[in-house]
Design a protein around this ligand. Structure first.
Ligand SMILES: Nc1ncnc2c1ncn2[C@@H]1O[C@H](COP(=O)(O)OP(=O)(O)OP(=O)(O)O)[C@@H](O)[C@H]1O
Ligand SMILES: [Mg+2]
Length: 267
């Protein structure tokens, strides 16, 4: 479990977690229906893991939360505000951990994290240093502060991406496949980190992942998206006993999730 030797420079009071609500959300690209009438409420402070076959619309769903996609029908609300409104992104601190990290290669790890704080003038260099080093320590990256992204392993880059999201003091943290391409040990570490952030920062976490171990170990609830619909929505312990064969297959470690039978049905 990651531990922190320094005082947490962020405070939960400054950063109350926000919930996310999908009300009858539909999304089509031309005639291609990707999401059909999704209704779901994610609680403030919850760890919600969204699973589903490749192409089932998981990333599209995440993009609605940060306003990168607009609904074809229905509504997405962050806190009490419409996710499609630009003001929502100005008033709610949301951070997204992209699959590939999306780090600036010409900047050191330290400067990648400090950039956001400097741009938004969130403190002098002393305060910025405190926040950056605290986030790096949580992710066991303090020794990598002076390195460039090209000098890091894939797992380290992924942790830097999480650390960078943390210094933004998010109320809502979105992860798109945080453990893909990582070995099982690193995947377990990342899962523990995501879980520990819930206690440390009281952040709402929405995690898109194919990683069954991650989902079953850290999720408060798991949603499974298939054929444009949420075919399951339950805490891990309940989902394991689902009578729906699609859910059982999906959670069965012996089954290849990339098999064509799990492909999104084009409509
Ligand atoms: N901007 C877009 N224009 C047209 N079609 C799109 C667009 N974005 C996504 N799609 C389509 O929507 C469907 C869902 O895409 P999405 O990226 O959400 O899948 P996913 O569940 O995240 O898959 P993966 O697990 O492979 O990342 C796909 O068929 C994709 O081609
Ligand atoms: Mg995706």
């Amino acid at each position: 479990m990651p531990t922190s030797s320094t005082r947490n420079p962020f405070t939960a009071e400054e950063s109350p977690a926000v919930g996310v609500t999908f009300e009858d959300l539909s999304k089509s690209f031309g005639r291609h229906v990707v999401l059909k009438n999704i209704t779901l409420h994610i609680e403030p402070g919850e760890i919600f893991v969204l699973m589903g076959p490749s192409g089932s619309g998981k990333s599209v769903l995440l993009k609605h939360i940060v306003g990168l996609e607009a609904p074809s029908g229905g509504r997405v609300t962050v806190g009490s505000q419409d996710a499609a409104d630009e003001t929502t992104r100005e008033t709610v601190r949301m951070a997204m951990v992209f699959q590939a990290g999306a780090l600036f290669n010409s900047l050191t790890v330290y400067d990648n994290l400090a950039l956001y704080l400097r741009e938004h003038r969130l403190g002098g260099e002393g305060k910025i240093r405190e926040k950056v080093m605290h986030a790096l320590q949580i992710l066991s990256l303090a020794n990598a502060a002076g390195k460039f992204p090209s000098e890091l392993s894939g797992g380290m880059r992924k942790r830097v991406a999480i650390a960078r999201a943390l210094v933004m003091e998010p109320q809502l943290l979105l992860y798109d496949e945080p453990t893909s391409e990582l070995d099982p040990v690193m995947s377990a570490t990342i899962s523990e980190i995501i879980a520990s952030l819930k206690d440390e920062y009281h952040v709402t976490s929405i995690v898109v992942s194919h990683d069954r171990d991650l989902a079953l170990s850290i999720a408060d609830r798991i949603g499974i998206l298939m054929g444009g619909e949420l075919i399951a929505l339950a805490p891990p312990a309940e989902l394991k006993h689902s009578s729906d064969p699609r859910v059982r297959d999906f959670l069965n470690p012996k089954i290849d999730l990339h098999h064509p039978r799990f492909k999104q049905l084009e409509t």
